[in-house]
Write a protein that binds this ligand. Structure first.
Ligand code: CIZ
Ligand code: SF4
Length: 357
């Protein structure tokens, strides 16, 4: 990266001292991650921010919903900054508050809303988290989705397990239900927000155990069964390790499946000489490949035609320098602030996750 910018970022961070805390998501560019005080997945980062009450400014190098979560979990005195407001998440954008309310109205009309518990993936807007909190549901991450679903199904009235509305990632929902909880694919239906009544009949809504929102990650959704076949042919003895945001058939064909933190841990613990094809975001896979090459572990990207997460990549060194230098000048740019009412219910949903057994 540009040495002038590296020097400016360093100087701005030094000038701000403890007043600023920089969070870097695992999918961020190397040029940005080098300035992160901590790295992690979205949930770990939100908690790390909350554990730093002395930091007036939280600079979140990640995407919009993550900065919102950090704002929800930190005190009102702390200000969260997203260096580029265009860093959204296409998956989170696939479930808007209005669409989800429409879905809930349809469930109410079908007479099943009372028996339905929403479970929303961390990768969702603050509005969706608030909806979840208002209707007795919980948030989950890819590390605790199994626990969250087990809890949600147990919220039934005693005569029958509850029904789950899973938002917004259909793949994480389906993979967890089928792989970890033993549901069948037929127990799940997909709600398409662009069709009347979600494209489903009232009968389907009543019979389904799990209603999956029709959302997906534009990066993880691109790995295919063909990607797995191709890499197994190309690299004999390769272990295929993927994130549960991948499609069901990819997850079914993989050797190991788990969250970002699980992927890192698995590669850390892998023996020298082992070979891995990893299906998650490219910035992270490249970084891990570099880090573990010295230990004799061969790590490749599961599909060479899949690219970076384009919105994660929006945060680059020029944007980070601009955000930091503005803070040095006393100007808070690109502040992410969730309104109080939304924050109250979103926090309720997050607290239910933290209380999961
Ligand atoms: O795919 C993502 O954006 C993930 C896994 C985010 C996170 O850190 O939970
Ligand atoms: Fe969203 Fe996927 Fe990018 Fe994560 S990797 S921020 S889920 S689009």
């Amino acid at each position: 990266s540009d040495p002038g910018l590296v020097e400016r970022a360093r100087a701005a961070k030094a000038a701000l001292g403890d007043k600023v805390f920089v969070l870097g998501h695992h999918y961020q560019r190397d040029e940005v991650i080098q300035f992160a005080d901590v790295t992690g997945d979205s949930f770990k980062l939100a908690r790390d921010a909350a554990a730093r009450p002395e930091a007036e400014y939280i600079v979140f190098c990640g995407v919009h919903f993550m900065a919102e979560s950090a704002d929800i979990l930190t005190s009102d005195a702390q200000q969260v900054v997203l260096p580029d407001l265009a860093a959204g998440c296409s998956m989170a954008d696939m479930a808007t508050a209005e669409q989800v309310e429409e879905c809930w109205d349809a469930l109410t009309e079908a007479g099943v809303a009372d028996a339905t518990v929403p479970v929303s993936y961390m990768n969702s807007s603050a509005d969706i988290k608030a909806f979840t909190g208002r209707h007795g549901g919980t948030i989950c991450t890819s590390s605790n989705a199994q626990k969250a679903l087990t809890w949600a199904f147990a919220q039934g009235d005693g005569s029958a397990p509850a029904k789950v509305l899973f938002l917004p990632d259909q793949h994480l929902g389906r993979n967890t239900a089928v792989r970890d909880l033993g549901l069948s694919l037929d127990d799940c239906v997909v709600w398409n927000p662009h069709k009347p009544n979600g494209g489903l009949t009232v009968r389907q809504l009543r019979d389904a155990r799990m209603i999956l929102w029709r959302g997906h990650c534009s990066v993880h959704g691109r790995f295919t069964l063909e990607s797995v076949r191709e890499v197994r042919e190309r690299i004999p003895g390769v272990n295929v390790l993927v994130h549960p945001e991948c499609r069901h058939e990819v997850v079914a064909a993989a050797d190991r499946v788990g969250s970002t933190e699980y992927i890192i841990k698995t590669l850390q613990d892998a023996p020298a000489g082992s070979r891995w094809a990893v299906g998650t975001e490219l910035n992270l896979v490249k970084r891990l490949a570099g880090r573990f090459a010295a230990e004799g572990k061969e790590i490749v990207f599961l599909d060479r035609t899949v690219c970076f997460c384009s919105t994660m990549n929006r945060i680059d060194l020029p944007h980070l320098v601009w955000a930091l230098e503005s803070l040095v000048d006393g100007k808070v740019v690109n502040r992410i602030e969730v309104d109080r009412e939304t924050e109250k219910y979103a926090r309720l949903a997050l607290e239910r996750m933290l209380a999961l057994p």
